[in-house]
Design a binder for this molecule. Sequence first.
Ligand code: NAD
Ligand code: ZN
Length: 347
Amino acid sequence: MRVLVTGGAGFIGSHIVDALTARGHEPVVLDALLPTAHGDAAQPPPGLLHLDVRDAGAVRVALRGVDAVCHQAAMVGLGKDFADAPAYVSCNDLGTAVLLAAMAEAGVGRLVLAGSMVVYGEGRYDCPAHGTVRPGPRAERDLLAGLFEPRCPTCGAALAPGLVGEDAPVDPRNVYATTKLAQEHLAAAWARATGGRAVSLRYHNVYGPRMPRDTPYAGVASLFRSALARGEAPRVFEDGGQRRDFVHVRDVAAAGATALEAIGERPAGTFTAYNTGSGEPHTVGEMAEALAAAHGGPRPVVTGEFRLGDVRHITADSARLRAELGWKPEVGFAEGMAEFAASGLRD
Ligand SMILES: NC(=O)c1ccc[n+]([C@@H]2O[C@H](COP(=O)([O-])OP(=O)(O)OC[C@H]3O[C@@H](n4cnc5c(N)ncnc54)[C@H](O)[C@@H]3O)[C@@H](O)[C@H]2O)c1
Ligand SMILES: [Zn+2]
């Protein structure tokens, strides 16, 4: 299968290219090498189509002879401030619309999209009295007072965090999350309009070799790994009790390749979302401890700082992906963190 991998020079995209090659497919790699992701001086590696998905003419050329598209290109992370909003919307949503229009024109009807768990906002919570509830964004005064756990919106009781399924209502809490949700809606609209088949893999916190260094656009595992590389202690926000699902990049890449291989058998005109996580939740504090221990120190410090817009707990149930596509994660938490502590970040 010949597969256009957009964002193929990125962290996850590069592992998808490796996975496709190992499975005997032919990846076509496209990436604009965004300065926010690669710095200002990045040189395109040999074989890379150094193109932007927002450029319809370029995408038309890149789609020649292609059977399926694996769309990873996006501007990621929380960004610096709201001034980044137009760039996020442009890369992620205009980019997806241009790509989908070119696919429709070229008759390429298979899309696997890099989705994200950020579309859910807060994870699932159960109140002892009110069942599953949906707490809104946390108040700044609570966070300043060190009250990090969301409470039941009806009775104020402490809540038990659980796993979100794909049918949980969406609640994007920042610009990036909004653009990731819009990508899914565009993909669903494209599938209906063209008879195409689209799958979104809603990745959880992906980590592993070639993760970008710490920037306002990077994930928490990269921030901790970069601190350790400088000989500094990872700084853990809140009280370290935030629950996440850290999933290894090779497992995510395998999910992408598996979805590409299976998508042709799905009904025409459909869009399906799959949570893509390890199924083994850990706290951010545990992740920092595991990474620091594997690195040989220094130990993390818990700072009580917070970022408005961060959610407290978000962990997913990836049973649908296991059941329908036969995928299962192979890299365990301790093993993956030890490898990540020893491996390099992307320059
Ligand atoms: N890393 C995670 O934990 C995580 C979690 C959920 C979802 N995702 C999604 O996975 C995908 C890959 O993310 P990543 O972590 O590998 O980030 P990354 O920044 O390493 O990779 C994204 C790549 O896309 C390229 N790109 C961005 N805009 C482009 C454009 N307009 N045209 C062409 N190329 C463009 C960038 O240059 C970069 O190489 C993204 O869609 C992201 O939203 C990542
Ligand atoms: Zn309640």
